[in-house]
Design a protein around this ligand. Structure first.
Ligand code: GUN
Length: 290
């Protein structure tokens, strides 16, 4: 292995310490802690685990945590009513609705019912628009965490060729906009891209977020490239042990032989997402306080 390992856990711990300090200053000056409300609709087990770990991290950072659980049978009107009350609640600075939502609920309508100044996920159409035109809004947590890792690893990104594989509203599109704002030359590749291998091979910076395990082999990667793997996929262990393991969208073992630096899975991008969520909550609290 020649690539340097990008230690997401260590970067996330440093960010969480900074956020806790900023949160403590906020509490001292404003006389109340910053508050994050998380809404979980239904009983998806994985979502339940994510929501519990967000609540724990919020409390550990010295902030106030509000968790609201609605049943899987909840109506759209009930979700919107809850969001209206959280929008009004002065103790709540950030609101996050855990996705995915049950089929009867219109995800876009729910996201856009969150007050944009409390939209710590950065998914509201106003915040997506602000990011697209370079205005200061709230930025989605995972791509912002990826950018922080890239800046820590490479310093200035100006002039570098960046390839983002994946075009979701949650990761791919905001990631491309953040890299463009850093003066990268950005290509967004996706499931319909022709000759993905040669597109990937052009990248000085490669960010992969497609949710398909081990899809990018090391042979495709430009020697010395910085590789950020957003994928977290559970697969059966190929040794036939009957166990499963977590892997990324990139084939780590072969990619680490050619890349200059690479994020592991787990322990790369994952820990940054929650740290940035806490950071966004303190940023939202500060902006709301004026
Ligand atoms: N589900 C999976 N990722 C996310 C995320 O970043 N935000 C929210 N709200 N739900 C998710």
């Amino acid at each position: 292995m020649s690539a340097a390992m990008i230690d997401g856990k260590a970067h996330a711990a440093a960010l969480r310490a900074q956020v806790a300090a900023a949160g403590a200053r906020f509490r001292e000056e404003l006389g109340r802690p910053a508050g994050l409300a998380v809404v979980l609709v239904g009983d998806d087990a994985a979502s339940g685990v994510y929501v519990a770990s967000k609540a724990r991290a919020t409390l550990e950072a010295g902030m106030e945590s509000f968790t609201h659980r609605l049943p899987a049978s909840a109506t759209q009107a009930e979700v919107l009513e809850l969001l209206a009350s959280l929008n009004q609640n002065e103790a709540v600075d950030g609101i996050l609705v855990q996705l995915p939502l049950p089929a009867q609920i219109d995800e876009t309508a729910v996201i856009d019912a969150i007050h944009p100044d409390k939209d710590v996920d950065g998914f509201h159409v106003l915040n997506a628009g602000r990011l697209a035109i370079g205005q200061n809004g709230l930025v989605p947590c995972t791509p912002l965490g990826c950018l922080m890792l890239l800046r820590a690893c490479r310093g200035s990104l100006a002039g570098l060729r960046a390839v983002v594989v994946g075009r979701s509203n949650i990761v791919g599109k905001p990631m491309a906009r953040l890299l463009l704002a850093q003066d990268c030359t950005v290509t967004v590749a996706h499931s319909r891209t022709r000759d993905l291998q040669s597109v990937v091979h052009d990248a000085d910076i490669l960010v992969v977020a497609i949710g398909r395990p081990l899809s990018i082999p090391g042979a495709w990667i430009k020697p010395g490239a910085t590789v950020i793997d957003v994928g977290i996929n559970r697969i059966d262990d190929p040794t036939g042990s009957g166990k499963s393991r977590l892997v990324g969208d990139v084939d780590f073992d072969s990619a680490a032989l050619v890349a200059g630096a690479i994020t592991p899975v787990p322990g790369g991008v994952g820990p940054m997402t929650i740290a940035v969520l806490l950071r966004n909550t303190v940023v939202a609290a500060r902006r709301r306080a004026g």
